[in-house]
Design a protein around this ligand. Structure first.
Ligand SMILES: C[C@H](O)[C@@H](O)[C@@H](O)C(=O)COP(=O)(O)O
Length: 227
């Protein structure tokens, strides 16, 4: 049933609009095209997810679908086919407030090779560690894909989905979007570097130093709950 809180709460309306804006931004930035990709955002003891198969330009705030962690749909609409990984990530990672899935070109190209991205650039730390893992292939919308994504995201804020795309997470939607944008940029740079030769990789110690330094950098300095 439709939660009354959702229908009347100003915060809920704001969140739905922010999700629609974020979906359009992903298209403007070239990280998604048409109806690819989806967004999930924690809201109290439930979460909102974008509807299935709706192009970002047609996405209206009221079309976001509210679900609970049992997988029950709490309002009208058909949730993203990927609601399982949105639910499972939000359930398993209390510090995560938002999940962004994209089929961004460079991330997806590397995912088609099922490549794990190594520490070729210090900005890899934005994704939470010294690698960005890639899952094996599993069909879209499956529990298997969700289980694989959860594993690939351990101690990370992003992963590639084999032969599919990427997932980025953040403390809120702005953070998850920023991670997705950076991951696509890193994938493009890694691809470009590979055209020239074998990139020299940073050591574990060098990456650890960056991860430490990032704790005091920019907005992250005010966050105590980032992974
Ligand atoms: C078939 C879909 O494109 C699937 O790949 C999914 O991962 C996706 O990106 C969009 O699906 P929804 O519109 O169901 O969120």
């Amino acid at each position: 049933m439709v939660s009354e809180r959702s229908a009347t709460n100003a915060q809920d309306q704001k969140l739905r609009s922010t999700m629609a804006e974020a979906a359009r931004r992903l298209v403007v930035l070239g990280l998604n095209r048409g109806a690819t990709g989806n967004i999930g955002v924690r809201q109290g003891d439930s979460f909102l997810v974008t509807p299935s198969g709706v192009a970002a330009e047609d996405l209206l705030p009221h079309a976001m679908v509210e679900m609970d962690y049992s997988g029950a749909i709490l309002g009208p609409g058909k949730p993203s086919s990927e609601w399982r990984f949105h639910r499972d990530i939000l359930a398993a990672r209390p510090e995560v407030g938002a999940v962004v899935h994209t089929h961004a070109c460079y991330a997806t190209s590397l995912a088609c090779l099922q490549l794990e991205i190594p520490a070729f650039h210090y900005m890899m730390a934005v994704a939470g560690g010294d690698t960005i893992r890639c899952t094996p292939y599993a069909i879209f919308g499956s529990q298997e894909l969700s289980d694989l994504a959860l594993q690939a995201l351990v101690d990370r804020k992003a992963c590639l989905l084999g032969n599919h795309g990427m997932i980025a997470v953040g403390v809120d939607l702005g953070d998850a979007l920023a991670v997705a944008i950076e991951v696509e940029s890193l994938c493009e740079q890694y691809w470009a570097a590979l055209q020239l030769g074998q990139p020299k990789l940073l050591s574990g110690a060098q990456m650890q130093a960056v991860l430490e330094k990032f704790k005091g950098y920019g907005r992250a300095a005010t966050r105590t709950d980032s992974p």
